[in-house]
Write a protein of this length. Sequence first.
Length: 289
Amino acid sequence: MVRVTLDGPVDVEGFRHAAKQLLARGVAPGDVVWTTGQEDGAVGDLWADERIDGTAGLPLSIATMTSKTAEPPAFNVPAAFLSLCRTALLHAEPQRFTLLYRMLWRLRAEPGYWRDTLDADRRRAERLEREVRHEIHKTHAFVRFVPVEDVDGERLVAWFEPTHYTLEAAAPFFARRFANLRWAILSPRCSVSWDRSTLRIGPGGRREDAPPQDAGAELWLTYYRSIFNPARLKVAMMEREMPRRYWAHLPEAALIEPLIEQAGARTQGMLAADPTVPRRIRPIGETAR
């Protein structure tokens, strides 16, 4: 049994390197245990049984494998598979490394296997990929920054708790969007920050480390109330586009339940009200009478 310890849950490059070494040694997927450290304890718990402890196999870290094994000969894999790996490995599924290594093992033995779009492993990996992309999209949509002052001036700070290991992948979007601002996004696992030139990854934090909502949040809530249209409310669609697990990050979430409760009465009031007379907009240059 071979134990591979990756450098954290998003060590995609470490997985690629280790997988090449394992293939060169002819190590079958069922003989590999993938661990990622404390951030992904579920993997270690799954394999912490007598099959590992009682096996006379050699536990190997990536560094050990590198020092004892020459660079293995390369073999071609579809570009789509590499793209799938880079994204699916950011999922929180504990068995993602096992799944992707098994697919790689099969690709070397059966190059034509990739053409089977209904294969169970491929469909499972593609589901992981879709969920990761969805999480990145929701991160872009639901991060809320609060301005704070420090010794260098104003910095925007946000707290966010992604479901998967996607904060690093989502960060370049904010660097492009707010290129001329200083900002930081804190999460339990890691933090990302931008100083107008460099994107940095740092240690995780606590929710208490993020600043409370400022006065600007009240202006946003006033605007949110004013644009809410009870007649067009579709709760199921809203929760599909803005799942409840993200509400903790949104200042407007405090208004959603009351607005939903009032929607029926407000809609009836709108239907019962007399029609309003539309204002006539005078063309530019027309003299008022």
